[in-house]
Design a binder for this molecule. Structure first.
Ligand code: ZN
Length: 459
């Protein structure tokens, strides 16, 4: 990092003009990319698309390798043009969600079509259009300047849409090859308001099932009711000991490691434009969940949750059936915030269940750790300035998003700050039929990608 020329404002006029002059070509190349299926759920096209995008990266002058994992391969490229300068890791994923249901698509998912300024195709927003914009940012910088302003590593995963099962191991094993000063991911949508945002964190997740058993078979509720215990009631009572009516999770020690919001985070949350009345109206809700006094953005960024995803057992068919069921299940997830850990919280769940309903089995189903980068990271300012330079308006800052991504492999395994800078429109319909990307946001993404590298190099 060049401290002697700090506060240099990079001049990006030539880069932005280059992007404007190559709009049609860049769009045609995106169309060629998204017409190729790469569905990680069953593997269709994965190998071909990994080779295709590796070839694109290679031709841009990135040293590129396709690296196998126990699942679908990773594509890793690098170009180290700035000895002694900062290294940026750009992360994305070349796999896509299955396109079904096909008949809900206005144009077929792998026949990219432009309507009303949007490109419709499976994977165009999530995530091909976004990392392709990052790649074209590199290409534009190289075309105009002959070299990248900082060192760049580019990691594309092939299993993001199936939960990134091999990312933790891959990053541990290839630590030196992916190491950088920071990581930037362009995935997900911009803020609802249409403003760009920088996301500094994600919530983690812990999924588990509670399983209660009664007799060895279903029984008649008249002949056996009051004699044989009912596992559905067992779960209802147990669940009622785990969260109270005020929204407070009552598992002992649950909040022990929840980090309070910093002053900067409070300010950033307060600046997010959220119309709570409109949200309530759109969901036909009279009120939000407990605790009622908690702010909307704070709920998603700063607090863990305990959600019953489903409670099953007995009879749910037509009419009635006077059954006393012999087993019952509750599927649950807990969204974790920094600095809770999935193992810590699972152990607390198990010990709570042992105490309150010793016969109930707790089955671990999966987890992902939370991740958070402090808002006062030295990279925040150059990223904000870069986005403003490319888009004409400052981004919103979101301390953590409500959902879960494996960002902890960067912040915890590599120990580097992680930033998510989404390019896609808020209504991109990712994972749904008619996925789309506003074409202007694609071009803005290319400019933003170039600006971020230039501003980081100039800090
Ligand atoms: Zn996705």
């Amino acid at each position: 990092m060049n401290t002697s020329s700090s506060h240099t404002i990079p001049d990006l006029t030539d880069i932005f003009a280059y992007v404007d002059a190559h709009r049609q070509e860049f769009l045609d190349r995106l169309i060629d990319y998204v017409r190729r299926p790469s569905i990680s759920a069953h593997g269709q096209g994965i190998g071909e698309v990994a080779a295709y995008i590796a070839n694109v990266m290679q031709r841009m002058g990135l040293q590129t390798h396709i690296l196998p994992t126990a699942g679908w391969p990773m594509v890793l490229g690098e170009r180290l043009d700035a000895p002694g300068g900062p290294t940026v890791l750009l992360y994305g994923h070349y796999d896509v969600q299955p396109p079904e249901p096909l008949d809900a698509w206005i144009s077929p998912p792998f026949e990219p079509t432009i309507r009303n300024g949007r490109l419709y195709a499976r994977g165009v927003g999530d995530n091909k259009g976004q990392h392709f914009a990052q790649l074209l940012a590199l290409e534009s910088l190289l075309a105009c300047r002959g070299a990248l302003p900082c060192n760049v590593r580019f990691l594309l995963e092939g299993e993001e849409e199936v939960g990134s099962p091999h990312m933790p191991e891959f990053v541990r094993e290839h630590r030196a090859e992916v190491m950088a000063n920071l990581v930037i991911t362009s995935d997900g949508p911009v803020h609802e308001s249409g403003r760009s945002q920088i996301l500094f964190g994600v919530r983690g997740i812990l999924s588990f099932e509670l399983r209660a058993k009664g007799a060895n078979r279903d029984l008649h509720s008249g002949n056996w009711g009051g004699v044989a215990p009912n596992p559905l009631w067992t779960l209802v009572h147990l669940l009622a000991t785990m969260k109270d009516a005020h929204g407070h999770v009552t598992i002992a020690g649950f909040y022990d490691n929840v980090l309070p919001l910093s002053e900067l985070e409070r300010e950033a949350l307060a600046r997010l434009p959220i119309d709570v009345e409109r949200v309530k109206q759109s969901l036909d809700l009279r009120q939000l969940d407990q605790p009622l006094e908690r702010g909307f953005a704070e709920r998603l960024s700063a607090w863990p949750t305990f959600t019953i995803n489903g409670l099953h057992g007995g009879y749910g068919g037509q009419g009635s059936k006077t059954v006393l069921p012999h087993e019952a299940f509750a599927r649950c997830d807990i969204r974790l915030v920094e600095a809770q850990s999935a193992d810590e919280i699972f152990a607390k769940v198990v010990s709570h269940v042992r105490r309150h309903a010793p016969g109930v089995e707790v089955i671990h189903q999966g987890s992902m750790e939370p991740s958070k980068t402090p808002l006062d990271s030295p990279f925040t300012k150059p990223l904000r300035r870069a986005i403003e330079a490319a888009q004409g308006i400052e981004p919103l800052l979101v301390p953590a998003m409500g959902g879960s991504l494996p960002d902890y492999v960067f912040t915890k395994t590599l120990g580097i700050p992680a930033f998510v800078v989404p390019y896609a429109n808020a209504d991109e319909a990712n994972h749904a039929p008619n996925e789309n990307l506003e074409v202007e946001r694609f071009f803005m993404g290319i400019k933003t990608g170039a600006a971020m590298l230039a501003y980081i190099a100039a800090m």
